[in-house]
Design a binder for this molecule. Sequence first.
Ligand code: NAI
Length: 334
Amino acid sequence: MEAVLIPGDGIGREIAASVVRVSEALETGIVWKPYQAGAAYYEKTGALFEEGMLEAIQSTGTALKGPTATPIGTGFRSINVQLRQMFHTYANLRPVHSIPGVKTRFDNVDLVIVRENSEDLYKGLEYRVDENTAHGIKLITRPASERIVRFAFDYARRNGRHKVTAVHKANIMKETDGLFLEAAKTVAGEYPDIRFDSVIIDALCMKLVTDPTQFDVLVAPNLYGDIISDLCAGLVGGLGFAPSANIGKDTVIYEAVHGSAPDIAGKGIANPTALLMAFEMLLRDHGMKEKADCLQTALKKALADTQAATPDVGGTGTTSAFTDAVIDGILENK
Ligand code: NAI
């Protein structure tokens, strides 16, 4: 199969190189079609991404994307948000689970976050009213809310999950979050085999950091989904362990949840685990379960090796030494 590879900015090139090496070691037969995109490419060329990239994503239907930087408070709109809108990848699937060997407060986290990816405050409907006032529109629609909640229930059913929890703040945002919650309750009625409940976003944050085992599948509007994803990544060791898939009808864009990590870019110490886990999701979605399992086992082993593991998880390794350890594990398992 062919897949588009977008290394992106900052540590993107380093961690994308790791995926390419691991893909070769696994003999996946994936032919990568690399394209440049991001802030650095924009500075060089005035364009956000290389010509032909959109057509390549359209024709392959699959992309693995490294992080792309977005200027804060000014400049161009996030490439991620633009790609999600262009390819109608309405669902952002973010599995989060504890990894043996990675020390955190909890060792039994096993959650899935389903984030609505197409509307809410991310729609970009904001403007300055005057010098001292800005106005943003939080757009929530019934079709998009029902579609994402249905996605969450279908995912739960397919993956042996037992409960879906809708995340909202409908006590305050009675119209927008009220509509999301109403849609969630309607859809929940179609899935009598899966438990359903709801939780207010602030209470959820407290519950997640005190006992994350109370939750199974969380479905949330765009902004809350974004924030709780990072919180949950923190529960399992940080952003280096959080993969995601942006899923549409015809296109899936896999990526790590983390950003371009400018503070460590170019130092060769970035943790490639999250992008490798996103790659693992890609393999599973394309029927390569054995290769995905082999990668998962090799990753766990490499993470437990403090000489190979990268500094963000207390190791002393580099990106390439860690990748070597993953590849050694793959070759052992073959
Ligand atoms: P960040 O995720 O890049 O970094 C936060 C902290 O986590 C930093 O200390 C960084 O060194 C560390 N970190 C992140 N990934 C790591 C990895 N793989 N290995 C080791 N340490 C890692 O978040 P920040 O600094 O807020 O954003 C930097 C840029 O990335 C911004 O321009 C932002 O817009 C962009 N961004 C892009 C995303 C994407 O393309 N999906 C997602 C989030 C941010």
